[in-house]
Design a protein around this ligand. Structure first.
Ligand code: CO
Length: 294
């Protein structure tokens, strides 16, 4: 597949600028909706677009929590900030975790996910087996007496497709599949718990599955907007309320019932234990790699 390296690098640069901006302004007790709005506005201000809704997941919620339009949750605990930028469908996906409680335990879990990502980045290159990346990640976690979440993984990225081709394991999954040239996200999750997640409540994040015809006017309007604006990338109800008002929620419900959408659930650590996550996007080339979100 032909790639547009210039757009990939530009999306990565915007993502790292937004990450550093977020690190500065996020404080304990800030409304999650304010954090998401400020980050997404910053992305637009830098001439990018959000590649998926800003996820703000707290403590034992590992991933896929994004504020609804009338959310009242506030920042606390171990906050995982996972967000994406795209330019013309070329994606940068990055995440970091912050400890808002000033607890040694929290800092250790965060450090484990950061160290694991560093080790994985040192390992990944063309023709490396997937299991070698997983091994590098779990080794770092074990050094700190923590577990990787084994049913969450990194992923290949293609234009307009956030999760594509292969999964990058967070443990030794014995896979001898070789890394090829292309774009990947690596995202180790460290936990004090058993190291798996299950579905929690619906997150308000969706992805278009098909363009099947739908009857009501508002559902049709929302569907047309999704096709034009997000294509196959994830989006959230908060974004649609911003565009159409709360009647978007009626349209969304009808689209869901009509089978047009895939709905994502929040992901909860199965022993209800603390989780930290760190993520970068990596371009694997013939003779080296570039961490686009560095
Ligand atoms: Co990712």
């Amino acid at each position: 597949m032909e790639i547009d390296k210039e757009k990939i690098l530009k999306a990565g640069k915007i993502a790292s600028e937004v990450r550093e901006y977020a690190r500065e302004f996020i404080k304990k007790n800030m409304p999650l909706i304010e954090i998401a709005n400020r980050m997404e506005e910053k992305i637009l201000g830098l001439q990018g677009k959000p590649a998926f809704p800003t996820c703000l997941s707290i403590d034992s919620t590992a991933a896929h929590a994004t504020p609804s339009y009338n959310d009242s949750r506030i920042a606390r605990g171990i906050l995982k900030i996972d967000f994406g930028v795209h330019i013309d469908g070329w994606i940068a996906d990055t995440a970091f975790s912050i400890d808002l409680e000033d607890l040694e335990e929290n800092k250790k879990i965060i450090r484990a996910s950061e160290k694991a990502l560093e080790a994985a980045i040192k390992t990944i290159k063309k023709n490396v087996q997937l299991k070698e990346i997983g091994k590098a990640i779990s080794r770092e976690m074990e050094l700190l007496n923590l577990n990787p979440i084994t049913n969450l993984s990194g992923h290949g990225i293609d234009r307009w497709i956030l999760h594509s081709r292969v999964s990058i394991p967070n443990h030794d999954n014995k896979s001898m599949i070789l890394i090829e040239e292309g774009l990947y996200a690596i995202e180790p999750f460290a936990t004090t718990g058993i190291g798996s997640v299950h579905d929690g409540k619906p997150s308000g994040i969706f992805r278009l599955e098909n363009e099947r015809n739908v009857r009501s006017l508002i559902a049709r309007e929302v569907l047309e907007f999704i096709i034009k604006e997000y294509q196959t990338l994830p989006f959230c109800s908060r974004w649609l309320v911003k565009k159409f008002g709360t009647k978007a929620l009626i349209g969304l419900k009808q689209l869901e019932e009509n089978g047009n959408l895939h709905s994502y659930a929040e992901l909860i650590e199965s022993s209800n234990s603390l989780v930290a996550q760190t993520e970068h996007t990596i371009l694997v080339e013939k003779n080296g790699i570039i961490v686009t979100t560095e």
